[in-house]
Design a protein around this ligand. Structure first.
Ligand SMILES: [Mg+2]
Length: 196
């Protein structure tokens, strides 16, 4: 079977720090409507190295599948965003395995299994445990157990990126513990880039 790589999208190949920055700046919280509006803007940047790595793999005949919990209705905007950044295998939506209740695609495992029917999955890449294994409403203890259970497997086919949404969005740049809370908040706000 031909080789394939499965990647998650958000904070694995696309960096949505600007959306997080807007939430901090506005004092808001994640909400489906603002998230959808952000996706429609197609302004996410690429996680450094992701497009180059996947393009190099694609050039060697490895197919890239995007297994994401973005909604199917967001596929076109997502494809445009990925294409602009030079990601491979985005010419059509055949490689997009988004959340799709009509196909029973709520969790990611059925979608990974679908890819594996016709491809040899050589690598999975994500920023969340559920980009590799599914378990509904897992507690921290259960998550830790899942990691241990698959210990031998991580080095073979899985690779976890650092979650980037906290890197620029919530890390207080120029952090100085002697500053007042208001001063720290000011530093956070100054470090934001909401791409507006
Ligand atoms: Mg993710």
């Amino acid at each position: 079977m031909p080789p394939a790589i499965i990647v998650d999208i958000d904070e694995t190949v696309l960096d949505n720090s600007a959306y997080q920055a807007r939430l901090i700046a506005s004092g808001g919280e994640f909400a489906p409507d603002t998230w959808n509006a952000w996706i429609e803007e197609r302004k996410a940047t690429g996680v450094p190295g992701a497009a180059a790595f996947l393009s190099a793999a694609a050039a060697k005949g490895v197919r890239v599948f995007y297994v994401s919990n973005r909604d199917l209705a967001q596929a076109e905007a997502t494809r445009d965003n990925l294409a602009r950044l030079g990601f491979p295998d985005v010419a059509n939506l055949d490689t997009f395995y988004f959340r799709d209740p009509d196909r029973g695609w709520k969790e990611k495992s059925p979608r990974r299994a679908e890819v594996a029917k016709k491809h040899r999955v050589v690598l999975m890449f994500g920023d969340n445990l559920f980009d590799f294994v599914d378990k509904d409403h897992a507690t921290l203890v259960e998550r830790a157990a899942l990691v241990r259970e698959h210990a031998a497997w991580w080095a073979r086919a899985g690779s976890c990126s650092r979650t980037r949404c906290t890197a620029r969005g919530t890390t207080p740049f120029n952090y100085d513990r002697t500053k007042t809370p208001a001063q720290k908040q000011q530093l956070r706000l100054q470090s934001l880039d909401p791409a507006e």
